[in-house]
Design a protein around this ligand. Structure first.
Ligand code: NAP
Length: 479
């Protein structure tokens, strides 16, 4: 287990020697202590990334591609230790953690291939004596600020395309899950990425680290995944140096089930969307809209599926739903359930927070169905970030689309139908960056993932992610 920061190829502590603990959210066991860094260490990491930039960008594309490919291979070869560490510090079941490592590796593999295709253009000039050539060049030093819910994949989604096009990186992982980031740093070094190409700075207080990143004009792009609230703060800070930004922010996904849907597929899609990571994902279904005529049948089948879920910690082989990340997260879920009940919604299953066995923290939320949820309740406005399914009935397609779009968020939306015309109509009408049409798990390395409205801007995945880390320069050549 690596417990020091990676800066300029060296494993180092905070200048002050300060550390902070990383704990297992299921047990509160302290797993390790990591450096509590701030402005000084961030400046050093930027120095290292800036110093490595010229050499890294100058490499032929296939020489940047090769270590990225090795990194992906190493991640796949070491799924088990990486997943175990991730599961212990984040809380998700081991099977899910393995899935996250494979998913994280798929972005590195994709970027390794895409590194060879960072193409420019030639454009016909308007006079015979000129030629116009468009170059696509790396922006420079990129900073990645990442959340705790996907401690591995949220980092690889950012740094892999950035490195592929020739940028270098400073990573600031979430305070709750730095160990997975440091483990990834170790693999980066072992894969042959030169010193300084990837740097990792951990800290308990993110504000000075963020401020140092935006204050330094050498940091040309900050890619952030996290809450809309923090996204707003960063957007203001970015104004000082006109720092480029990608913001992958919060979501509030509608999940619409039309009366012509294949109900078994819709239930399976909802289970995949809602209960992954105990509902702590930005794209999980937050408002389930079910057409009146099939609502009773849908809820009955959903209850059957939920009965098969098992609460438990990372080392419980049958666990399918782990603990929430901390007590604040539990309090928020309890608040949402209480608010819905007070407003007239009923709990059809679950609804309580438990400790599944002695020695485990009271952070396990029973998978919950809330029926009779009305627009305006807390759970229809804020991300619940827990295993709660709020159900609202609707009468017509127009009403479903109106309810679905009635939010400032615009990350992911889902709907189930067997009507081909409706599929096209609704997909086009939903104001979201990602739409799962008869698909509860749309994320994949080759597609451009990202939001609209208060869910942010910028795309991760596919060729689009690589483009986010490049500048276009045109050269007008007089002959
Ligand atoms: P968060 O509180 O916004 O934190 C995200 C990251 O930003 C953490 O590393 C955090 O550091 C850091 N941070 C907080 N304040 C900062 C500041 N002033 N300057 C610089 N960095 C700062 O979000 P979270 O609770 O970790 O993650 C959950 C949120 O992420 C949810 O809203 C979820 O929807 C969203 N999310 C979005 C996507 C997407 O792709 N759109 C994917 C996953 C999650 P600390 O950990 O030290 O506080």
């Amino acid at each position: 287990m690596h417990t020091r920061n990676l800066i300029g190829g060296e494993w180092v502590g905070a200048e002050s020697g300060a550390v902070f603990p990383v704990r297992n959210p299921a047990t509160d066991e302290t797993l390790a202590e990591v450096p509590d860094c701030g402005t000084t260490e961030t400046a050093r990491a930027i120095d290292a990334a800036a110093a490595a930039f010229e050499g890294w960008r100058a490499l032929p594309a296939h020489e940047r591609s090769a270590p990225l490919r090795r990194l992906s291979d190493l991640m796949l070869a070491e799924v088990e230790p990486l997943a175990t560490l991730l599961s212990r510090e984040q809380g998700k079941p081991l099977a899910e953690a393995r899935g996250e490592i494979r998913y994280g590796a798929s972005f590195v593999e994709w970027a390794a291939e895409e590194a060879k295709r960072v193409y420019g253009e030639t454009i016909p000039a308007s006079t015979p004596g000129k030629r116009i050539v468009v170059l696509r060049q790396p922006v420079g030093v990129v900073a990645a600020i990442t959340p705790w819910n996907f401690p591995n994949a949220m980092i690889t989604r950012k740094i892999a395309p950035a490195l592929a096009v020739g940028c270098t990186a400073v990573v600031k992982p979430a305070e709750q899950t730095p160990l997975s980031a440091l483990a990834l740093g170790d693999l980066c070094a072992r894969a042959g990425l030169p010193a300084g190409v990837v740097n990792i700075v951990t800290g308990r207080d993110p504000a000075p680290i963020g401020a140092a990143l935006f204050a330094d004009p050498r940091v040309r792009h900050v890619s952030f995944t996290g809450s809309t609230e923090v996204g707003r703060v960063l957007m203001r800070q970015a104004a000082a140096n006109i720092t480029r930004l990608s913001l992958e922010l919060g979501g509030h996904a509608p999940f619409i089930v039309f009366e012509d849907a294949d109900l078994d597929k819709a239930v399976a899609g909802l289970m995949a969307s809602k209960f992954r990571n105990a509902g702590q994902t930005c794209i999980c279904a937050n408002r389930v809209l079910v057409q009146e005529s099939i609502a009773d049948e849908f809820v009955a089948r959903l209850r059957g599926a939920i009965a098969g879920l098992q609460l438990g910690p990372w080392d419980s082989p049958d666990a399918t739903v782990g603990p929430l990340i901390d007590d604040d997260a539990v309090a928020k879920v309890e608040r949402h359930i209480a608010d819905a009940r007070a407003g007239g919604a009923s709990v059809r299953t679950g609804g309580t927070v438990i400790s599944p066995r002695a020695g485990l923290a009271r952070r396990f939320v029973e998978p919950t169905i809330l029926e009779g949820v009305k627009p305006g309740m807390l759970c229809t406005r804020e991300e619940t970030f827990g295993p709660v399914v709020p159900i609202t009935r609707f009468a017509t397609e127009a009403e479903a689309v109106r309810l679905a779009n009635d939010t400032p968020f615009g990350l992911a939306a889902y709907f189930y139908t067997r009507d081909a015309s409706r599929l096209i109509r609704v997909a086009e009408a939903l104001e979201y960056g990602v739409v799962g049409a008869n698909d509860g798990a749309p994320s994949t390395a080759q597609a451009p993932f990202g939001g609209v409205k208060h869910s942010g801007f910028g795309r991760e995945g596919g060729k689009h992610a690589c483009q986010d880390y490049t500048e276009l320069k045109y050269v007008s050549i007089g002959l």
